[in-house]
Write a protein that binds this ligand. Structure first.
Ligand SMILES: O=C1O[C@H](COP(=O)(O)O)[C@@H](O)[C@H](O)[C@H]1O
Length: 273
């Protein structure tokens, strides 16, 4: 594993020779944050997204983590969801349920999925309300800086256009400072209707992990994001580049095969099985 980057700006960069090594390190990172949060606050609040992430979390379902992680203290949320039913192949809930949550003893009552039986507008409003109730009782911590929920960890996959959650380049939802959860009806990547955390919520988390794996053509977004040209307009307009936790830690997990780093091979990687 190679570690670099400026923690104050773009975060810590962890690059790996392949997706398997990335998955091993990601599992250890999540398990450690879970331990710390459970010791500090008695709970671990984690927000998932879709894409390659869930496959890469697979090692958490195996020893030692299957036994050592305090799964009963986990509270699980989604940073974004597509407006499809929960049994649809495009559902981020289904992806996480089938690939991860059904394999670990997280309590069903601690799994906060997004309503698939309402309009996207109503589902977003309802999800924000649910999170507000959990903030009131401090199951979800609160940021003293932004008054937003302060999740212990938000896990995001970076799309090949640099999108994170369902926040896409140039989309007005990126400017939303008033809501914790919002909706879009015109996603450039299907399905068009989605519900998503807003940037203020993402940037209020204690920890954010940005995962870049699975597709060779993500190298382009990466090279823009890690460009040394701080005035690069393209870089500043990429949602992934807008992730800058105000009072938290940012770590990038990059599979070297798609890295823009000089030692990356650019040979491309699929998700691990
Ligand atoms: O549409 C989405 O895309 C991103 C990135 O996914 P990937 O397939 O390019 O890895 C994902 O993180 C997000 O949750 C999802 O809804």
């Amino acid at each position: 594993m190679a570690v670099s980057g400026d923690p104050k700006s773009r975060g810590e960069l962890r690059s790996f020779d392949n997706s398997d090594e990335l998955a091993t390190n990601l599992a250890e990172y999540i398990a450690q944050l879970s331990d710390i949060s459970v010791k500090d606050r008695g709970v671990f609040t984690i927000a998932l997204s879709g894409g390659c992430l869930i496959n890469l979390m697979g090692k958490l379902c195996e020893a030692p983590y299957s036994k050592t992680v305090d799964w009963t203290k986990w509270y699980v949320f989604w940073a974004d969801e597509r407006a499809v039913s929960k049994n649809h192949v495009d559902s981020n809930y289904k992806l996480a349920k089938d690939g991860f949550l059904s394999k670990v003893p997280v309590l069903n009552s601690h799994i906060y999925s997004i309503n698939d039986n309402a309009t996207t507008e109503d589902a977003a409003e309802e999800y924000e309300f649910t999170i507000r109730q959990l903030v009131k009782v401090r199951t979800v911590d609160v940021s003293a800086i932004s008054d937003c929920p302060k999740f212990d960890l938000i896990l995001l996959c970076v799309g090949e256009d640099g999108h994170i959650a369902s926040l896409f380049p140039g989309h007005p939802a990126l400017e939303d400072k008033d809501n914790w959860v919002t909706f879009i009806t015109d996603s450039p990547v299907p399905p068009p209707e989605r519900i998503t955390f807003t940037l203020p919520v993402i940037n209020s988390a204690s920890n954010v992990a940005l995962v870049v794996a699975g597709e060779e053509n993500k190298a382009n977004a990466l090279s823009i994001i890690f460009s040394d040209d701080n005035d690069d307009i393209d870089a500043l307009s990429l949602p992934a580049q807008m992730v800058r936790p105000t009072d938290g830690e940012l770590v990038w997990f990059v599979a070297k095969g798609i890295s823009s780093e000089p030692d990356g091979s650019n040979s491309g990687h699929g998700c691990p099985p």
